[in-house]
Write a protein that binds this ligand. Sequence first.
Ligand SMILES: O=P(O)(O)OC[C@H]1O[C@@H](O)[C@H](O)[C@@H](O)[C@@H]1O
Length: 279
Amino acid sequence: MSQAAPAPCSDPFQPLRLQGADGASLELLPYGAQLLSWVPAGEHGNRLFLSPAAEYRHGVSVRGGIPVVFPQFSGHGPLPKHGFARVQPWALEQQGPAGCRMRLRESPQTLALWPHPFELRLDLAMQANRLEAALTVLNTGSAAFEFTAALHSYLQVDDIRQTRLHGLQGCRYLDAVRHREYHVQQQEPLQLGEWIDRIYVDAPGELRLEEPARRLRIRQEGFTDTVVWNPAAGLTATLADMEPDGWLRMLCVEAGSTLAPVRLAPGQAWRGTQILIAE
Ligand SMILES: O=P(O)(O)OC[C@H]1O[C@@H](O)[C@H](O)[C@@H](O)[C@@H]1O
């Protein structure tokens, strides 16, 4: 990756476009450091789901791509849902043809919500059919803090009802759909098409998303949990930024540390990575 001077992006809603020499490409919004699209080398379509009804304005999270969840997962705490990183303008720190580093530091807005100095880095790297997204959290203050976080990846599928997720059998999960109870995954592969909202705890390092015509390997490192979410028709109808049938074309498979907070002493850093491999 070539080094460029850190640049605050003048319009955070103006996407950055990167095109690797091998033909892979991505589009990224400085607002939220949100990846909007990733097209692997040799393919033509976005492997990430981006809702055509997504909203692009301050204070609202863009529905699709890969939102960065920090410092709070979902509604599990006093902060706004999924924290604030996804609705802040990030700076572009480094950029090359096949990758970039985005950076977010504390600001008066973040300190008003969460009184800790921090630095977040999102490193994105494409290589042929592979995309790596790495989130680094640094404690730049003088007191310890705790956080939860996730890479909230919306994966594009042709038809969720024909899609299977392999690799979760035997894994314990917290089911947000059924009274927030814990269960153990029996079905293998996991069949989809109904409302699902689960946190798989101590999730395996690799899953496989299988569709009739293609496949995606999903790896994670550093993160402890995997969240699987699809709103189905009922919940989708309540989301203004989703088309009524949008749920048929997406599945969120999120790499997260969501239930047990990560504690960072002053000067310490933590890193979590999600790797997507298109096949
Ligand atoms: O609508 P939001 O805030 O982007 O959240 C979407 C979903 O994100 C998932 O991570 C949660 O498990 C779901 O409960 C939630 O509905």
